[in-house]
Design a protein around this ligand. Structure first.
Ligand code: PLP
Length: 410
């Protein structure tokens, strides 16, 4: 089954040789393969199943919406009612009060929308020379054109004629605010439109920010009139632990926030770009269009999924559960650092953690070994095992997961 499927981020020769890992069911923090074998889902899919698998409440809300109207359009003055209601609801929890919400179909859309809006904003406000977009080493901002240009994981940007997709992109060190300052000195603030930043480096290997780094780069951006874009595709909607967004937890006052994943817990594809009032303002005064949008941006079925997902997050106080997991993952996974095959464990901020293998080449076979121990895992960055469970994973399940990892390490 699935021989025709071209997987993303895969050595297809190896997938064809060894066969795919075919998932057929999920419930809470567990998934099952087609043979009926159960696994702890260590990653919540691709960091998104925040409310856990098998939520029929979301499925029912989507079914009801699709029967009413599946979708229509958010172009011009059109909108499905549920989409308008979702935007207002999101504006209530957005890190910057009064934010406007631009819907997309996923994280890469949100990032490319932010990059385009940054340049459009400066053009609209009379400073069209501000065109450069800046990202960081290790960064992952999706795989559209701007996201590829901003990729800090070298393999993700190589092979396309480096720089040719979008020559106006620059990269700075991921953990040194002074690297951003040096770039500003070199290029000139009058040429830089925006700085993109994941609060915790995610796909690049799960690296929490150095203390004070995020506010430092925020202040540098403010001082030099550079839009500060916080990519919360992973950290948003509670993954940061105890708050809706890292921008709230660290008081970042961002100009734009890119989101997706946890917005619907992945039950349907949807992203959203939050735009602070100061950036939205030139487009809301009358007579100005942003000629940008996606057919499925604000899809009514996805909006219904997001509404039901937010209901669950609020009703079950899952942000508190994600904060609990911040501690629990740290407590159970950090002791693995004593194993000779482990270089370090990065944990203690948000419901994410990485067990960094000493030899990155071991990562791919280790993912398969983990499955033999009842864990569905995934490698990120250079040989880091990713842990980003759903917020319903219990402390006992975290302990079982850590025990499984130790057993797999041998
Ligand atoms: N930004 C970040 C920080 C991400 O981690 C991802 C995906 O993992 C994206 C953007 C792209 O999102 P999508 O895969 O939904 O396009």
């Amino acid at each position: 089954m699935g021989g025709a499927l071209w997987h993303g981020f895969a050595d297809m020769g190896a997938v064809h040789r060894d066969g795919a890992f075919v998932v057929s069911r999920g419930e809470g923090a567990y998934i099952w393969d087609t043979d009926g074998t159960r696994y702890l889902d260590a990653t919540a899919g691709l960091w998104f199943t925040n409310v856990g698998h098998g939520r029929t409440e979301i499925a029912d809300a989507v079914a009801a919406q699709l029967s009413k109207v599946a979708h229509f359009s958010t172009f011009g003055d059109f909108t499905p009612d549920v989409t308008a209601a979702l935007a207002d609801r999101l504006a209530q929890i957005a890190p910057v009060p009064g934010s406007k919400v631009f819907f997309t179909s996923g994280g890469s859309d949100s990032v490319d929308s932010a990059a385009k809006l940054a340049r459009r904003y400066w053009a609209e406000t009379g400073r069209p020379s501000k065109r450069l977009i800046v990202g960081r080493e290790k960064a992952y901002h999706g795989m559209h054109v701007a996201g590829t240009a901003l990729a800090g994981i070298p393999g993700n940007r190589e092979g396309y004629g480096d720089g040719e997709f979008m020559p106006d992109a620059r990269t700075v060190e991921w953990d040194e605010a002074k690297s951003l300052l040096e770039l500003i000195e070199r290029e000139g603030a009058d040429r830089i439109a925006a700085f993109f930043c994941e609060p915790i480096i995610g796909a690049g290997g799960i690296y929490p920010p150095p203390a004070g780094y995020l506010t430092e780069v925020r202040d540098i951006c403010r001082e030099h009139d550079i839009l500060f874009v916080v990519d919360e595709v992973v950290t948003g909607f509670g993954r940061i632990g105890g708050e809706w967004f890292a921008s709230t937890r660290f008081d970042l006052d961002p100009d734009m926030v890119t989101t997706a994943k946890g917005l619907t817990s992945g039950y349907l594809p949807m992203g959203a770009l939050f735009v602070a009032p100061r950036v939205a303002e030139p487009f809301f005064g009358g007579g100005v269009w942003w000629r940008h949008g996606y057919t499925y941006g604000g899809h009514a079925g996805a909006a219904a999924a997001a509404m039901a997902n937010l209901d669950i997050l609020e009703r079950e106080d899952l942000l508190a559960e994600s904060k609990r997991l911040e501690t629990s993952l740290h407590e159970h996974l950090s002791p693995l650092a004593d194993h000779p095959r482990v270089a370090e464990v990065r944990s203690g901020l948000g419901a994410v953690a990485a067990v960094q293998l000493a030899d990155p080449a071991e990562a791919a076979p280790f993912v398969k070994t983990l499955r033999e121990h009842g864990i569905s895992g995934r490698a990120a960055g250079q040989g880091a095992m990713q842990f980003s469970p759903s917020f319903v994973m219990t402390d006992d399940q975290v302990a079982a997961m850590a025990a499984g990892v130790r057993a797999a390490l041998g």
